[in-house]
Design a protein around this ligand. Structure first.
Ligand code: SAM
Length: 207
């Protein structure tokens, strides 16, 4: 298999300095749509700790901290995305360089784990999902927002297009695909919505 993590790291290390400012499809446009959707969904929830996996430059955590004081953590593969996040000096937030497959936190640490526009870069998505579940407290929420399609288009992306690309994109699926994956991982799907075009958000509760 191609080294998708190495490709993602290189791609986002290269984008980090401009990621927030360049509001196009190839930079932060979809991320901002997903982050705003996630922030809206959890606005009225009570929680003490939240981890954002694939946090990039910390855009989601910046939004959330304005909504609710809590302990916020961000993890991302790209040193440069994390450097930009840390430079923002967001009060009450800690950022760490880490793969989604191997998070540096004990079991049952967080009330909420989020993942915005990052999941389609994970070479072992089931493993990353189980890792999110491991660090979630019982009854905690996993909120995953991504861009993707199923059917023939998805097959072409997964088997042809992504194999040619160098940005570390490695698998796409639609909302129903994520729902099934969450159920197989032992979550109960509590919400699932198409946000805009191919962008969706699915929420699973850890039983
Ligand atoms: C499109 S950006 C999204 C960033 C941010 N979540 C947002 O919505 O703006 C994708 C992020 O996923 C990170 N990423 C890719 N593969 C990863 C992996 N295996 N583990 C952790 N982070 C990863 C990238 O470094 C990048 O920062």
């Amino acid at each position: 298999m191609k080294d998708y993590e190495a490709l993602s790291k290189k791609h986002f290390d290269g984008q980090a300095a401009e990621y927030d400012q360049r509001d196009t499809y190839y930079y932060s446009r979809n991320g901002k749509i997903s982050c705003r959707d996630i922030a809206g969904q959890i606005k009225n929830l009570t929680y003490e700790s939240l981890l954002d996996v694939g946090c990039g430059t910390g855009f989601l955590i910046e939004l959330l901290i304005k909504q609710r004081p809590a302990r916020y953590y961000g993890a991302d593969l790209s040193d440069e995305m994390i450097r930009v996040a840390k430079e923002k000096q967001i009060d009450g937030a800690e950022f760490v360089v880490s793969s989604a497959d191997k998070l540096p936190y004990p079991d049952e640490t967080f009330d909420i784990v989020t993942c915005s526009q990052s999941f389609h870069h994970y070479p072992y998505p089931e493993k990353a999902m189980l890792e999110a579940k491991r660090v979630l407290k019982s009854g905690g929420l996993y909120i995953l927002s991504d861009t993707g399609i199923g059917g023939v288009g998805g097959w072409i992306d997964n088997h042809i297009l992504f194999k040619l690309m160098k940005s570390g994109d490695c698998h796409t699926t639609n909302r129903k695909g994520i729902e099934k994956m969450m159920e197989a991982a032992g979550f109960t799907v509590t919400d699932s919505r198409q946000v805009k075009g191919m962008i969706y958000t699915v929420t699973g509760k850890k039983n």
